[in-house]
Design a protein around this ligand. Structure first.
Ligand code: HEC
Length: 468
């Protein structure tokens, strides 16, 4: 659809973009610094919105959407960017409120149902109103006297004004409680991770607006008896003092776990060179990890600190004839690191090699460099240290895994694209009209923002369904 500047209005063209891609964070009580919930609020920032979207700064989505797709992908298409520009160029016309799609529903509380257990920070944490970024780990005793099979963990922030992102882990060693006891504040301060060698315990992450990943039936993770759930909260800068008391909702598996999710970790020991980063230069590292059995990947999370500048992770076949792209982050942003979940289980065959490439910009030109002048940088937990990790959640491969979707629970009638209450041939034809679309596609069914074979399979799975 080609829009000329005259046609573009807020209610018919801009509101559908802003409400769906921005308002989850930009509304009262959320992390976005200004609300975008109506014409006046959006028009007031029109030029700024055009600018931050044109440079890809907003919406925050660090993986390259032309390399691989993930659940919850939030990127704007070239058409959508053009619409925003055309609207600003035309003087931000309001148009007819009757054309507005209305604000989406933003549920309070759990987004996926009633949790089986709620683990809550035992006391509120006070975030100083000093515009500082704060990283605090809270220890939440699970209280489970036998091992629990879990299908989802959901972070429920107590104060969305300051809760910027969170990472989750498990500790059965008691180390985190000792660190907590030594820090007088609730929880303990730790910048990079959990403040001790707890890499193998990562259990996902949360960013505002993201739905928690629910494992498909038969797949899950175990929280061992007596384990502590670790919650590292990143609090964004705030000019006013705020308090937060975040909870973690635990959803138990409805059936026994047949396939336990395992986290494979590529770390500094898998690199081609010692992990040391000289000052005043850009340094790259390349890690490799052999794949010794057929596996299905669920999620992936590269992790480094502030001077990390880009990441690429992929798998290659033994003869290098086949490459499976996994994730590319062309411009790493420590503050928007995520745990990225594939739209479907992604097979990597036995005999393949996983590759992780990371680049670190340790020059004075890097505005995120914590050291001025740049220093020699070594592996460590502190702000001025660096890390190299790729966390890969996987299960053993089984036939048909490629068709198991990991996206949010899909409505049985999402395949009804034409709105005729039937999933049939007209829907299939409409879907094919957008086949091959790579970003921000209108007809995407499986939540990865692209229209590919997986959407066709999704539609075929519903074929013949009558909706109401
Ligand atoms: C996941 C949450 C989230 C989403 C989605 C999001 N924003 Fe933001 N936005 C933020 C946060 C947080 C900030 C504050 C700066 C930061 O932390 O990066 C921000 C800052 C901004 C700013 C101010 C930039 C500055 O430098 O002061 C603008 C303008 C903006 N966003 C526009 C948008 C638009 C337009 C969209 C949708 C296309 C959008 N945002 C989507 C969270 C979000």
């Amino acid at each position: 659809m080609l829009l000329t500047a005259q046609d573009v209005t807020f209610h018919s063209d801009v509101a559908p973009i802003v409400f769906n891609h921005c308002t989850s964070c930009h509304r009262p009580g959320e992390i976005g610094p200004m609300p975008f919930t109506n014409y006046e609020e959006v028009a007031a920032y029109g030029e700024f919105i055009e600018y931050v979207t044109s440079i890809g700064y907003m919406p925050p989505w660090s993986p390259d959407a032309s390399y691989s797709h993930f659940v919850g992908e939030n990127v704007l298409t070239a058409d959508q960017l053009e619409t925003l520009s055309a609207w600003v160029g035309a003087g931000k016309p309001e148009g007819d409120p009757a054309d507005s799609p209305g604000l989406p529903e933003f549920p309070d509380g759990s987004q996926i149902g009633i949790p089986d257990h709620v683990l809550v920070m035992d006391e509120p944490y006070a975030h100083e109103g000093d515009m500082s970024e704060q990283y605090q780990v809270f220890v939440l005793p699970s209280g489970f006297d036998s091992a629990a099979s879990v299908r989802a963990l959901e972070v429920q922030p107590g104060n969305h004004n300051v809760a910027h992102h969170a990472i989750l882990g498990l500790d059965i060693s008691g180390t985190a409680s000792i660190l907590d006891a030594a820090d007088p504040a609730p929880g303990y301060e730790s910048f990079g991770g959990f403040g001790f060698n707890a890499e193998s315990s990562f259990f996902g992450a949360w960013v505002p607006g993201a739905l928690p990943v629910e494992y498909p039936p038969g797949i899950g993770r175990t929280i061992p008896a007596g384990a502590d759930v670790l919650l590292q909260m990143h609090y964004g800068p705030s000019a006013a003092g705020e308090t937060d008391q975040t909870a973690v909702n635990v959803f138990l598996s409805n059936e026994p776990i047949e396939r336990e999710v395992y986290t494979a970790i590529m770390g500094p020991q898998h690199l081609d060179a010692p992990f040391v980063i000289p000052p005043n230069q850009v340094t790259s590292f390349h890690g490799t990890l052999p794949v010794t059995a057929d596996v299905s990947l669920l999620s992936i999370a590269p992790h480094c600190h502030l001077i990390g500048s880009s990441w690429k992770v992929y798998a290659t076949s033994p003869n290098n004839g086949d490459t499976i792209p996994l994730i590319s982050i062309p411009s790493w942003d420590f503050n928007w690191q995520g745990y990225f979940t594939f739209p479907h289980l992604t097979k990597v065959p036995e005999g393949y090699t996983l590759h992780g490439e990371a680049t670190y910009d340790n020059t004075a030109e890097n505005p995120f460099n914590p050291s001025d002048p740049p220093q020699w940088v070594y592996f460590g937990e502190e702000t001025q240290d660096e890390m190299f990790f790729v966390f890969i959640d996987l299960v053993g491969y089984e036939d048909g895994d490629e068709e198991i979707a990991l996206g949010p629970g899909t409505d049985v009638c999402e395949g009804d694209l034409t709105g005729d209450d039937l999933v049939g041939v007209s829907d299939a034809l409409l879907l094919l009209s957008e086949f091959g679309c790579q970003v921000g596609c209108n007809l995407d069914l499986d939540g990865d923002n692209a229209v590919t074979v997986s959407d066709v399979l999704f539609l075929l799975g519903q074929y013949g369904t009558t909706c109401n």
